[in-house]
Design a protein. Structure first.
Length: 139
């Protein structure tokens, strides 16, 4: 059984992810090296996926250009797993961030009715500084 060759077309995301993986040794991030010689330098896809808390299949699809963009949260998790500095993180976001569709607005606005805004303001004032996480509901 032969492996399907990766795209010969230049893919900046794939190249950047592979280069970033290659420069990190498993022991740099607290992973065992398994005592075996590696065919390629650096971390394996599965190890990066584990560190970033994403699936290895999803990471492979990103590297192979089968996924055209990733959420900012996934990109931040990959940047953390790969130990990227600020410039590396910004570059990763620039080559893999969500792309605007032609004709879409670059900025969206939402309006909150005045009663809801007063309720939110009152809650914030009474609670003070509290960390909040919102979770989208999917139907």
């Amino acid at each position: 059984m032969s492996k399907r060759p990766e795209s010969s077309v230049s893919n900046p995301l794939a190249e950047f992810l592979r280069a970033s993986r290659a420069r990190i040794r498993p022991d740099d991030v607290g992973l065992p090296d398994g005592g075996r010689r590696r065919r390629v330098p650096g971390l394996r896809r599965e190890e990066v996926a584990q560190l970033a808390n994403v699936s290895a299949d999803y990471l492979a699809r990103l590297e192979q250009g089968r996924v055209t963009s990733a959420s900012p949260e996934v990109l931040d998790a990959l940047a953390d797993a790969l130990g990227l500095d600020r410039d590396g993180r910004e570059y990763l976001h620039s080559i893999a961030g969500p792309k605007q569709r032609p004709g879409s607005r670059t900025q969206t606005t939402s309006r909150v009715d005045p009663q809801t805004q007063r309720l939110l303001d009152t809650a914030v004032e009474s609670l003070g500084s509290v960390a909040v996480m919102t979770v989208p509901v999917r139907g």
